[in-house]
Ligand binder design. Structure first.
Ligand code: SAM
Length: 281
């Protein structure tokens, strides 16, 4: 076994011990897959940990269920990035009609299905799933389709993912969302990447009437709390009651290892250092 190092930060080096089982320099990025005794299979893109079999459920459940429970009747979902398929697996637990995944790099889908099948769990073969190999920013610019939910499951703002953090992109997301549409995106570590959540919150606030954060702890996304921003065309996601969330959660009989009605609300409770940087409280 050797050390697989994450070099997302120039002054921090994270190492996981394991065996390199596949690698590919794709058109867009350097893809590596390690098999590790502690984390299971680990997908790296450009030497940054994207997802691991051990803790992926936290991220994929929290990127999906808070929105699909808060939305009154989610039927048409758009996912950008998410080539490992974990988000698709979680979305298909809901009574949706269709989910379109726009992933720029087909190799990620192919190698994730081969080496990390537990993430997509066959989701890519579902009749409800439409796979589009394209740049997500280009897709939202040209599509005439309307969506109830948009989930942006991108890497950090590096390389081809950078455009997925721009005002133009969010404005196009706003226009492809229906009148009660909601979007979510990951905005990195609140401690190691403090500007990411703040900058994206400020941009999203100029596009959407309702923007708020939720935080989780994901062991392999180092740097304390990991953050998401939720932007909605209505205030409903912030108004939905505990009773309503519990009723929908139970009615769907959702099988989750992290998300539940308590977490739905607890994940929005922010420590002062995050709240201050966002809501200027
Ligand atoms: N769960 C991971 C995380 O939290 O960072 C990310 C999951 S997934 C592996 C990220 C995907 O976004 C990759 O498969 C990458 O190819 C894709 N991606 C990057 N830029 C993109 C773009 N502009 N349009 C569509 N997909 C993109």
């Amino acid at each position: 076994m050797d050390w697989a190092h994450e070099t997302l930060y120039s002054d921090i080096k994270i190492g996981l011990k394991g065996n390199l089982i596949d690698k590919k320099k794709t058109t867009y990025q350097n893809l590596k897959i390690y098999d590790t005794p502690r984390f299971g299979k680990v997908l790296f893109l450009d030497n940054t940990i994207q997802t691991t079999e051990m803790d992926e459920f936290i991220y994929h459940e929290m990127l999906t269920h808070p929105l699909l429970i808060a939305h009154p009747n989610p039927k048409n979902v758009l996912v950008i990035g998410a080539g490992d398929g974990g988000v698709l697996r979680e979305i298909l637990k809901h009574k949706i009609n269709k989910v379109t995944i726009v992933e720029i790099d087909n190799e990620v889908i192919t190698l994730s299905q081969k080496h990390l099948p537990s993430l997509s769990k066959g989701a890519f073969n579902s009749k409800k799933v439409k796979i589009v190999i394209d740049d997500g920013a280009k897709f939202v610019e040209k599509t005439s389709e309307k969506f109830d939910i948009v989930i942006i499951d991108s890497p950090d703002p590096i390389g081809v993912a950078r455009i997925l953090f721009s005002k133009k992109f969010y404005t196009n997301i706003f226009s492809v969302l229906r009148s009660n549409g909601i979007m979510i995106r990951q905005t990195g570590s609140t401690m190691f990447q403090p500007d990411e959540i703040k900058e994206n919150y400020q941009i999203l606030k100029t596009v959407f009437p309702c923007v708020y954060a939720q935080i989780v702890a994901i062991p392999t996304y180092v740097g304390g709390f990991f953050s998401f921003l939720i932007a909605s065309k209505t205030k409903r996601p912030q108004k939905i009651s505990y009773k309503e969330v519990t009723k929908k959660y139970n009615k769907l009989n959702l099988e989750t290892k992290y998300y539940n009605p308590d977490i739905h609300f607890a994940s929005r409770k922010l420590p002062n250092y995050i709240k201050k940087g966002l809501y200027n409280e």
